[in-house]
Design a protein around this ligand. Structure first.
Ligand code: AMO
Length: 426
């Protein structure tokens, strides 16, 4: 069985006219015209037209069958191609058995559930593949910027023995006769790692047992996390802004083909991103007839109104301490206001973070104030006695960032095998 390609399809052009080449891919289309046949064969890089003239077409060649085609590059009259391949031999490697669960070319539209049930086949739709190629470019861009800024990549445990940030949204599991949980965030570990490594980042899956049925919540999501010693929240806000802008730049530079397939136009965001305080938003909402007091949370309906007047990227700063997790640091001049922020894209929260408490006495008190049990945080609190530096950080949802880049309002479109309360497989 032939396995070795001489070329990826995107590397073939009419400049190879007369050359013999071998491509491998999937039959996307098949037309028989008398003694001739026209195939289109797609690999991950592109699509080529194959003419079958003097050889016999293998019997039962079905669409989406995987083939290796040996042939000669020649000029073409076809409108959609700049060359064609005259087949010398066609080997079937594995036949696609029809009917297939979805039409991966997208001529027959399938709903998202059917597509997710056949995700591997869905990936042969070039619009879908484009999203995941962009996702890969976004990850590469993020890692590049983190490393340039002298951050060290870490991998923290996902199976943990006690609730990392408190709260009820943890999945539990049985761990050799003990109760364990799936980590909802690397929060405590990344903070601990500022002792010694100073500047760390992690890109990994985390888990939230929330029964949310929205386009922005998943039970398993990819978080981009940063934590940095000797930095205040304004410093890590700046890093977040730089990182996001660089992602847009890199996607524009490296993913032109994918953006064109998606018919998606993006622009590099203007800097600095707008910075709006929580109190300013409360005032803005009050002018729109929504009366909120300092300390009230901003609900989705409020954020949707906010998104109308702030449709792009902006930082929402200085949340009330009462709305923030126990580890967030207050302002020096007003203990009711925190040194925290969210990065918003209109109504959509992309990231949240802030300066952390690094004094263990104050941290212990805050844990109790929030109704959590300091006992269950003792292991974590111990590390604060070993020289915990002042530090700040944030977590950003990669999946949500991807929805902004590719222009969809459903996070399931940008996650390979999404997990939500209804979906646990494939
Ligand atoms: P938070 O809980 O706000 O903060 O999460 C940070 C970001 O992660 C993304 N996110 C989600 N994405 C998809 N589905 C979900 N269920 C989901 N939950 C969260 C969002 C969100 O803005 N430890 C802090 C971060 C920090 O302070 O460093 C934290 O986890 O984009």
């Amino acid at each position: 069985m032939k396995l070795k390609k001489t070329h990826d399809i995107e590397s073939i052009s009419i400049s190879l006219e007369g050359n013999q080449i071998v491509i491998g891919g999937w039959v996307e289309d098949l037309r028989k015209l008398g003694k001739m046949a026209f195939l289109t064969v797609r690999d991950v890089t592109g699509i080529a037209q194959v003419i079958v003239k003097d050889i016999t077409l293998p019997e039962d060649l079905t669409r989406q069958t995987v083939v290796m085609v040996q042939g000669i590059v020649q000029a073409t009259k076809a409108r959609d191609f700049t060359y064609e391949i005259k087949a010398v031999s066609i080997d079937i490697l594995t036949k696609a058995i029809h009917p297939l669960p979805i039409d991966p070319i997208g001529r027959l539209e399938s709903n998202i559930d059917n597509r997710l049930n056949a995700r591997a086949l869905d990936m042969r739709n070039q619009r879908v593949a484009a999203i995941f190629k962009i996702r890969s470019a976004v990850l590469a861009s993020l890692r590049k910027t983190f490393l340039e800024k002298k951050f060290i990549e870490i991998t923290t445990p996902k199976i943990i023995g006690s609730a990392s940030e408190g709260g009820a949204n943890l999945f539990s599991l049985e761990y050799f006769g003990k109760k364990a949980y799936l980590a909802q965030s690397p929060q405590l570990y990344k903070e601990q790692m500022t002792i010694g490594l100073e500047r760390v980042f992690e890109i990994a899956s985390f888990y939230r047992a929330e029964k949310s049925h929205t386009g922005r919540h998943l039970s398993e999501f990819t978080s981009i996390d940063l934590e940095a010693a000797f930095m205040d929240y304004t410093d890590v806000i700046q890093i977040l802004e730089d990182l996001v802008v660089q992602v847009f730049r890199d996607v524009l530079t490296n993913c032109q083909k994918e953006l064109a397939i998606l018919e998606r136009q993006i622009e590099i965001p203007n800097v600095p991103f707008e910075r709006v305080t929580y109190s300013q938003l409360i005032n803005e909402l009050s002018k729109k007839g929504v009366e909120l007091k300092f300390g009230d949370d901003l609900l989705d309906s409020h954020l949707r109104m906010v998104g109308e007047s702030h449709p792009g990227l902006f930082f929402l700063l200085d949340w009330p301490m009462s709305l923030k997790p126990f580890y967030i640091h207050p302002k020096d001049d007003d203990l009711l206001i925190s040194r925290s922020f969210d990065l918003q894209y209109g109504h959509l929260e992309l990231s949240s973070g802030g300066r952390r408490l690094h004094d263990p006495k104050i941290l212990r008190a805050r844990i109790s104030e929030q109704g959590l049990d300091p006992e269950s945080f003792e292991e974590h609190l111990r590390t604060f006695d070993w020289g915990m530096p002042p530090h700040s950080g944030w977590g950003m949802g990669l999946d949500r960032l991807m929805t902004v880049i590719v222009g969809t309002d459903n996070v399931r479109e940008v996650v390979l095998y999404p997990r939500d309360p209804e979906r646990l497989s494939p």
